[in-house]
Design a protein around this ligand. Structure first.
Ligand code: ASP
Length: 440
């Protein structure tokens, strides 16, 4: 039955930046009785010159804990909430909360505690506005002493707590350890809370309300007016996020993916728009060859040549060991018979250059090592590529016609992605050419 459905709705900072946004959120929540569990971020920027409350909190704490002048910043934060309370006409005072927060700052409660108060206070406010119960994330969302998120314990405790509540607001971004110390996820982590709550309550859908129409096929800073992605799989999302598409926190996928709960990215400012659905599998008729194009600049390619490398048992193992002992993850490993290349982020290479070269010489005794410090990676993602003939031909033709020299090609064996290495200066040209050839 429709009314037994459960939706978790997470609202980002810009969706809750002021009273006008709070009104939109209430309208959205009330429009569907299935929206029973609501996860807010802290108030975000109201315009491009504004500051996020989370940033103010970090700054305020830094000043307060080092004997600096924190009061002006604290008052600014207080003002942000008070303005919303007054404008909405809520009978709510956060005075006691702010007294506790000030005292905790002066007693060095920690930067994570400080940052978490943005969501905590917004949760209290939103719960009062919606008439929902406020359920503190401390206690439900569990971390260990070192600040590592504990997924199974969280699922147990939070599930148990929320089962008893018909409608609740659970603040995003933080949780606590057994001793009650607050820990946060990394920045943007309210997305993760939303996913964790969705898993704990066995939601039918995880709605992530933000200020963009959804995922776009390419970066709008590079391609004019790119199309929106209507639907994609979790695997495709992972590939695109990894290569720089940033709508959703990377860690938000795991809790819901394992349970088969779809994510629906939606626009708080345009709830009539269809957004982007991310799900486990896509119907054949919905499958398009290319789902999205993303990329990042500034990689280094290290090419190692050694005669008869192909016959040397354990060569790849020793190669990977050379990187492992320097704590480096290899992005791509394209290979020939007597050569193999490793692609890694340039700043990581530069920071450990000498040690890496030393390890490579020691482990591999190569004939030659060549370094290419000018590489950008562009990835074309699409589950449909596997079954459509001629896609690769189209994108190599497009790059050739645009005068882009290809330095490296790596196609995942699952054929969900094809990554191309180009010069940094060709990065934007390559993305535009690929978009024109594959998506227009
Ligand atoms: N408020 C936190 C941040 O700015 C978390 C979030 O918004 O998801 O990173």
């Amino acid at each position: 039955m429709a009314d037994q459905k459960i939706k978790v709705a997470k609202f980002g900072g810009s969706s809750l930046a002021d009273a006008a946004q709070f009104r939109k959120v209430k309208e959205i929540v009330n429009a569907d009785p299935a929206r029973r569990y609501i996860v807010p971020s802290a108030p975000g920027k109201r315009d491009s010159g504004d500051e996020k409350v989370t940033d103010l909190l970090y700054r305020c704490y830094e000043e307060a804990s080092s004997g600096g002048r924190y009061r002006r910043i604290l008052n600014k934060i207080r003002g942000r909430y008070q303005e919303i309370i007054d404008d909405l006409g809520l009978e709510l005072s956060l005075d006691r909360e702010f007294d506790l927060i000030e005292r905790a700052f002066l007693e060095h409660a920690g930067a994570e505690y400080a940052a978490s108060r943005g969501e905590y206070l917004n949760g209290i406010l939103l719960a009062a506005w919606l008439g929902y119960e406020f359920v503190d994330a401390a206690g439900g969302i569990r971390f260990d002493r070192n600040g590592n998120f504990e997924d199974e314990r969280t699922n147990f405790f939070l599930g148990d707590r929320l089962r008893k509540v018909e409608r609740a607001v659970i603040p995003g971004f933080y949780g606590s350890d057994d001793a009650g110390n607050i820990h946060t996820f990394s920045r943007g982590g309210s997305d993760v809370t939303g996913a964790v709550v969705a898993r704990a309550v066995g939601a039918d859908l995880y709605e992530n309300w933000t200020d963009v129409p959804g995922f776009l096929l390419a970066d709008p800073g590079i391609v004019d007016n790119p199309k929106k992605i209507d639907v994609m799989t979790f695997g495709e999302l992972r590939e695109l996020s990894y290569r720089g598409a940033t709508v959703l926190h990377e860690e938000a996928v795991y809790p819901v993916r394992r349970e088969g709960i779809s994510i629906h990215i939606r626009n708080t400012n345009h709830p009539e728009q269809s957004g982007t659905v991310i799900c486990r599998s896509i119907l054949p008729e919905e499958t398009v060859p290319v789902t999205g194009i993303a990329g990042k600049k500034n990689f280094t390619g290290i090419s190692i040549a050694k005669n008869r490398m192909n016959a040397e048992v354990g060569f790849c193992k020793r190669l990977l060991e050379a990187f492992e002992e320097n704590g480096i993850v290899c992005e791509h490993l394209p290979s020939g018979i007597d050569t193999i290349s490793v692609i890694l982020p340039r700043d990581e290479f530069l920071a450990k250059q000498e040690n890496i070269m030393d390890s490579l010489h020691r482990h591999l005794r190569p004939d030659k090592i060549e370094i290419d410090e000018d590489m950008a990676l562009v990835t074309v993602v699409g589950k449909g590529m596997r079954s459509v003939c001629g896609i690769a031909a189209r994108f190599f033709t497009a790059l050739g016609d645009a005068g882009v020299n290809i330095k490296m090609i790596d196609m995942g064996s699952n054929e969900i992605n094809c990554t191309i290495g180009v010069s940094n200066r060709d990065f934007e040209t390559a993305i535009r050419a690929l978009y024109e050839a594959l998506a227009r």
